[in-house]
Design a protein around this ligand. Structure first.
Ligand SMILES: Cc1ncc(COP(=O)(O)O)c(C=O)c1O
Length: 408
């Protein structure tokens, strides 16, 4: 045990991102029973609060809203916030500017993207009447894909991501995949799967909820057609912060949104009875943006402008943290008590570790009571998220030790 504690200390000393932790609000108070502070391993569900956000939100509320009132739509940049903040997210997912718009929830963006994808592919009229969807998808994507299929005259086929290439055919219109599986933490092969979808003449839609802000995505480099993602996990935008939609530049002029609200009109203040879509990423907008959440997100993204915070540095630390956690779990937890379901191979691992365990629900309750906050996913998964911007190796070692005590 003392070896791993010492190793954690050394890893923290050499950690190039160690100083970034001070940009977040985390527990500092120590628990009198254990003599230690809590460990937050649920940033893959709700990221921690960036320290600059309360002040930024206060300014939005008191000055921009309270004093400038409606003038803020122009003078405080409210109207253009969806595209401006999209351009802040773009480099984090490997996209050039002008292709991402922020707004609505991931669920709503899955709907826009998937119906848009079927329309781009030509749909049933062009003989493309099948949507393939990741069989292990986060449920909302599956529910929405099913409805999108009904509305577009398509059928839906659940397929394991690895089997997508074999399932593709001349009838495939669109393929909806998760970059990282929310339960297991498995990272899917976005470059190869996107290429296979493209070769079949279908349109790819990726859900980046569990990868954006944790690892390189390379949307442009890999030719992804459409993508969506949330901002409240590894981007730390806050509870219910708005999601985003990526439409590849080459498809934007043909993207036909199923939710053509007035914000995406070419002339939104023309108040015309007929719809005419705007050019560019704006076409993905719907209605009035949720300014308070959106500007909290903008402040949260400021951490990515630090020179030491790069996606590659984050990825390197994420792999080091998850490797170290798995090593500590193997050393501390009696053999057979938990089973890692997250792949060992770096190329197949997101930024979380999932451990299967029979009494996972009860164990997680006890872990949280002991200050180690992860989450539980039915029926048997203990899920631990690792946010490299604010986690230390010392905390990771402590979490594994508390887990071993709890399981014992
Ligand atoms: C992969 C994935 N897609 C979608 C969602 C949910 O999206 P929404 O923000 O619409 O609730 C989540 C939420 O955790 C998710 O993990």
């Amino acid at each position: 045990m003392s070896d791993l504690i010492e190793r954690a200390r050394e890893l923290d000393e050499r950690d190039p991102l160690a100083a970034v932790r001070a940009s977040f609000v985390l527990d500092t108070a120590t628990d009198p029973a254990t003599g230690t502070a809590g460990v937050y391993l649920d940033g893959n569900s709700l990221g921690a609060l960036p320290a600059n956000v309360p002040g930024a939100v206060e300014d939005v509320v008191r000055r921009q809203w309270g004093e400038l009132r409606i003038r803020s739509w122009t003078e405080s940049g409210w109207w253009t916030a969806p595209e401006r903040i999209g351009d802040l997210i773009a480099p984090l997912v490997g996209a050039a500017a002008g292709q991402i718009v922020v707004g609505d929830s991931t669920s709503v963006n899955v709907f826009k993207a998937l119906v848009g994808a079927v329309r781009l592919a030509g749909g049933p009229e062009a003989g493309r009447d099948e949507i393939l969807v990741d069989a292990s998808t986060f449920p909302t994507d599956g529910y929405i894909a099913t409805s999108a299929a009904r509305m577009t005259g398509c059928t839906i086929r659940p397929v394991a991501p690895g089997e997508v290439p074999a399932a593709l055919g001349p009838r495939t219109a669109a393929v909806l995949l998760n970059h990282v599986d929310y339960r297991t933490g498995r990272l899917h092969d976005l470059p190869a799967l996107t290429a296979a979808v493209r070769a079949a003449g279908a349109v790819s839609v990726w859900d980046l909820c569990h990868s954006a802000g944790a690892l390189p995505v390379g949307l442009d480099a890999h030719g992804v057609d459409l993508a969506v993602g949330c901002t409240y996990k590894f981007l730390n935008g806050g509870p219910g912060s708005p999601a985003y939609l990526y439409v590849r530049a080459g498809l934007q002029d043909r993207f036909d949104s199923p939710l053509p609200g007035w914000n995406s009109h070419a002339e939104p203040f023309g108040m015309r009875p007929a719809y005419a879509p705007a050019d560019g990423a704006v076409r993905g907008r719907v209605g009035t943006p949720d300014i308070l959440s959106m500007l909290a997100l903008e402040a949260a993204l400021a951490v990515w402008s630090r020179p030491d915070v790069t996606v590659d540095a984050v990825r390197a630390k994420s792999l080091a943290l998850t490797d170290f956690f798995l090593e500590c779990v193997a050393a501390y937890v009696p053999a057979g008590r938990v089973e890692p379901v997250t792949p060992q191979a770096h190329g197949e691992r997101g930024s979380q570790v999932a451990l299967a365990c029979d009494d996972a629900g009860e164990i997680m309750e006890r872990l949280i009571a002991a200050g180690v906050v992860g989450d539980y996913r039915a029926p048997d998964v203990l899920r631990f998220g690792f946010t490299p911007l604010y986690l230390s190796f010392t905390e990771v070692e402590r979490a594994a030790r508390v887990l071993a005590d709890t399981l014992g």
